[in-house]
Design a protein around this ligand. Sequence first.
Ligand SMILES: Cc1cc2nc3c(=O)[nH]c(=O)nc-3n(C[C@H](O)[C@H](O)[C@H](O)COP(=O)(O)O)c2cc1C
Length: 486
Amino acid sequence: MRAPGKKRGRRIAPPTISARLSGHITLDAQADGSIAAWFDGHSVGLGKFSAGAVNSAQDLRTGLPLSSFASDSRALDKEIDLLVRRLARRGLLEYRLGHLRDDKDQVVVEPQLPDYWPQTPKLGDADVIVLSRFAYLRRRGNEMVLESPRAGALFKICDPKIATAIAMLSTPQKISRFRRQHGFPGVELLALLVDCQILFKIDAASGDGLRATEGDDNLVLWDFHDLLFHTHSTEGRQANPLGGLYPYAGVIPPPPAVRPRWPGKKIELAAPSQTISPIAKLLRERHSTRDFDDQQPITLAELSRFLDSTARIHSKWKSRVDLGGGSPAVTYAARPYPSGGSAYELELYLAVANCEGLARGFYHYDADLHALVPIGVRTHELQALWTAAEFAMDAPAAPQILITIAARFGRVSWKYSSIAYSLILKDVGGLMQTLYLMVTEMGLGGCAIGTTNIDLFAKMTGIEFHVEGPVGQFAIGRGRKPEASD
Ligand SMILES: Cc1cc2nc3c(=O)[nH]c(=O)nc-3n(C[C@H](O)[C@H](O)[C@H](O)COP(=O)(O)O)c2cc1C
C-alpha cells in the first residue's frame, strides 16, 4: 500500500493583465467594419476591421487579456493588436489586473503617457526590489491610487491587502522571501511597477547606499515635491486636463480682482509728476500681442538685438563655496535679468516659423557665444509645439518665433533644498518681464504662455525630462497693426 502523498495546497492562478476601454469610451462598429471610439460627443476613427475583429472588440468593454492576442501569429490577433494599440495611443484604454473569472479588479492601470504600454520585465527570486522615493499612495475620491512623477501610468489599488504589501516595500525585499508574505501581490504587479519606476531593483551587495540615485545620477538632485510639482503643472507626463478650465465655477464665486480693503486710516500717496520716466513709459506700454504680421516678419537682425539685450551672458566669474570639508569652485555667468543665487539656469530654445534671414527650425541660443545652434527635430514635433502655442494664446496663427524657456534643474537644486523648483519659476517670471519690456522697446510684440509640454521637449531634444526641460514659453514677432476703423 502506498503511503498517502503530502497534500499540496491548490495553486492560485496568477492574475491576468487585460486591456479594456476607459469608463467613458464606447466603440461603434459600422456594417463595413469601420470602428470608431466615442467620448463626450466626439468620435475618433480607428480603421476598418474584419467581422471577427469587430466581434472580439466587444470584449474590450470588460477586458481582453493582453496574452490572448500577443502571439500575432494569427491574422485576427494581428488585427486586435492593431486596434488595441491605436486605442492606447489615443489614451482611450486602461489595463486591469485581476483573475479572469472574477469580475473584481485587483489593480487598474491608468496610462499617463500617450505611448504607455504595460511591460513586465523579468523578476527572479534573487532580485531585491524597493519603492522609489518618488512613489506615493493617496486617496482620490473613494479610491486609493499609487503614483510617481517618474511613472508612465498610475495604479488604482482596489484591494487594501495590496496597499499593505506595497507599504512593506519601503524597505528592500527579496522576491523569494516576499512571496511568502501574507498578501503577496503577485510578480505581475511588481513587474508592472518596476517598468513604471515606482519600484526599482537594487543590487543586494550595495544595500541602501545608492538609493538616492535609483539608477540615475540626475535624480539625486531632485526633491520629491519638486519633481511632482514639475510633472503635474505641465503637460506631457500626466493625463489630467489642465489650464483655464474654471474647475470651481459654480462651486465658489470668482475671487475679486482687487483685494477687499483693510480697515483703518489710509495714508494718501501723492500723484506722480507729469513727466514720466522712460522705464515707467515702457512699463505702461507693455502688453501682450498674440496676432503677428506674417507679411512683415521679425528679422534676424532684430532677433539678434533682442537676444543680446535680454539673455546674453555679460560677465563670468568663479567663486569657491566654503563647506567646511571642501571648497568646490562654482562658475557664474551673469545675464541681463535677475536669477536666484545667480544660478542662471534658464536656457532659450527657439522654434522659428517665420523670421526674415533665418531658416524655419529649432535652435538653441548659446548665451555665451551669442549664437544660434540648429537642433535637428522632426517636422511634426515642431508643428505640435506651434499648434499648442496657437491654442494657448487663442491666436489665429502660429507665432513667428516661439521661445521655450528650459531649466537646467540641477544648477539650482545643487545648492537649494526644498525651494529649488519654486526659485526656477520665479526666475522665469523675471525673464518673462524682461522679454516683454524688450519687445515693447523694439516695437515688436510678445506674449507669455503658461503651458508647456515636457514630454514633447524631451522627445525633440533627447534630454530626459528631469535633466533639462521647459518651464515657460514666450511668443515673439512683429505684431499685426490693428485695422483703422472708419
Ligand atoms: C505667467 C504668465 C502666463 C501667461 N499665459 C498665457 C497664455 O497661456 N496664453 C495667453 O494668451 N496669454 C498668457 N499670458 C498673458 C496674460 O494673459 C496677460 O499678461 C494678461 O492678460 C495681461 O495683459 P497684458 O499682458 O496685455 O497687459 C500669460 C502671462 C503670464 C505672466
